[in-house]
Ligand binder design. Structure first.
Ligand code: SF4
Length: 64
């Protein structure tokens, strides 16, 4: 699976980082950095939680 971010919706709150810190990091400038866009099976639950946690629905998981 692949992480897709709608940059127009992301407001840099960092709830995704709290749920999946290996994949997301919000910089001091409030911009979201996707550390690793690819998600393997062992990481899927954590990244799905990050997708659910995002208050602006800016995250999606896409099939590769
Ligand atoms: S939780 Fe959503 S709005 Fe907040 S930084 Fe992550 S993607 Fe952006």
């Amino acid at each position: 699976m692949q992480i897709d971010v709608d940059r127009l919706k992301c407001v840099g709150l960092g709830l995704c980082e709290a749920a999946a810190p290996d994949h997301f990091e919000v910089g001091d400038d409030g911009k979201l950095l996707v550390l690793r866009p690819e998600v393997d099976a062992a990481e899927l639950a954590e990244v799905e939680e990050a997708v659910r946690a995002c208050p602006t629905a800016a995250l999606r998981l896409l099939a590769q």
